[in-house]
Design a protein around this ligand. Structure first.
Ligand code: AMP
Length: 405
């Protein structure tokens, strides 16, 4: 029985939604995927997608527990439950404690929960997802895959904030996020470009609702744009990215904003949304900018400026820049953002191939730069879920107890 359990369920649990993917063996595309949304609200529902199409199941106000129990019932109906050999969980913050993907038990889960002070918006929901999944699928290994793990190789000079030691010793440092995506995309780029695994330099730009850029030297992260939390760095959908901390003192003193007000301002009301006054969605802004909307134009300009500046800065942590790689919803689908960014990178010797760039969207992978002596620019579709499934698969054992009848 045990050798038939080769499927991996991947769970990414947020505060009000839960995404899942089921991978069969080592196949790269999910057999079944979907999400549970509006959890805890009257219209909560579970959406399942497979090659047969989409199924929507009302959860009638149910929360995370109801969603996962219903998912298990759906998997049972499809004769897929017994095939699951491991569950991979996306956990945003592993702090300095978790350097690698880790098979969880209750004690380790408590340690993950204790890191919630570093990621109050994410880790509590991630941990809740693990607890509920362990309840309903207790007979297989549950493996935590941390967004921060890939960045544990960043040297002290790059991860230290210039603040007194007492605070640094208490864990206030740059950790970096999107690590599963950066690591996956870096490995794909090395293969695609035929680079030497022990001698290469890449900058990966993961651009989505949340965005970060990472310098990868010989397969290892050596600097990244996000910091203690996923707020630092690039302009994002609703997150400001970099801002002078002095501006916060100013806003507090001058406008009376509290810590919670500032948290909400920078995490939820800023970024593309704050700049444009219109939307956090890049597609909407591209259309509005084309029609002359001033806020949309400013949002696009600031996003591209910050991104180009970061890519240039990150390249200084490498010995040689072989390629800049674009990924994430915007990186994979917006020829405009890529073209404008690459144009700014002319100083590094990168030249945009207009035709190739215009044709690169919708999950395609390939070069978007002119082949010359300089670094390449390319697009690689990220597949974080599959990368998480691979990590979880490494913890699958051949002798798991059988599920209850
Ligand atoms: P993600 O968080 O990776 O799902 O990325 C979401 C972002 O990708 C949103 O800002 C979308 O507007 C953006 N996006 C998706 N498709 C396109 C597209 N065709 N052109 C521009 N931006 C896009």
């Amino acid at each position: 029985m045990a050798e038939t359990r080769q499927h991996v369920l991947v769970i990414n649990c947020g505060s009000s939604s839960l995404k899942f993917s089921l991978f069969a063996g080592t196949a790269r595309s999910a057999l079944l995927s979907g999400l549970a949304e509006n959890l805890g609200q009257t219209d909560s529902r579970l959406i399942l997608k497979d090659h047969g199409g989409k199924t929507i199941v009302a959860l009638d106000g149910g929360g995370h527990g109801a969603a996962l129990r219903r998912l298990m019932a759906e998997l049972q109906d499809r004769h897929l439950l017994d095939a699951i050999g491991a569950v991979g969980h996306r956990i945003v913050h592993g702090g300095e404690r978790f350097l690698d993907a880790t098979r969880l038990d209750m004690d380790l889960l408590t340690e993950v929960e204790a890191l919630s002070y570093l990621a109050p918006l994410h880790n509590p929901a991630n941990v809740l997802g693990v607890r509920v999944a362990m309840e309903v699928l207790g007979w297989v290994p549950h493996v935590a895959v941390f967004d921060t793990s890939f960045h544990t190789t960043i040297p002290r000079a790059a991860h230290s904030y210039a603040i007194p030691r007492a605070y640094r010793d208490a864990g206030v440092r740059r950790y970096g996020f999107h690590g599963t995506s950066h690591g996956f995309v870096a490995r794909e780029a090395v293969e695609l470009l035929g680079l030497d695994a022990e001698d290469h330099g890449l900058v990966i730009a993961h651009l989505g609702n949340g965005s970060s850029a990472t310098a990868v030297l010989n397969g290892k992260s050596v600097d990244t744009s996000m910091g203690l939390t996923p707020l630092e760095g690039l302009v994002m959908g609703t997150r400001s990215g970099d801002i002078d901390p002095g501006a916060l003192f100013h806003l507090s003193r001058r406008n009376g904003l509290s810590i919670d007000d500032l948290d909400s301002l920078l995490n939820r009301e800023s970024g593309l949304l704050g700049l444009s006054g219109l939307s956090n969605d890049c597609r909407t802004l591209e259309s509005a900018a084309a029609e002359g909307h001033d806020g949309a134009n400013l949002a696009m300009d600031v996003m591209v400026h910050r991104l180009a500046r970061y890519i240039g800065g990150l390249a200084t942590s490498l010995r040689r820049l072989d390629a800049v790689v674009f990924t994430g919803g915007i990186g994979e689908n917006s020829p405009l953002v890529r073209e404008r960014t690459i144009d700014r990178l002319g100083v590094l010797g990168i030249v945009c191939d207009q035709a190739a760039n215009a044709a690169m969207f919708g999950g395609r992978t390939g070069l978007v730069s002119v082949q010359n002596a300089g670094p390449a620019a390319l697009v690689i579709a990220t597949n974080e879920e599959w990368a998480i499934a691979n990590e979880a698969r490494r913890h699958m054992t051949g002798s798991q107890p059988t599920p209850p009848a």
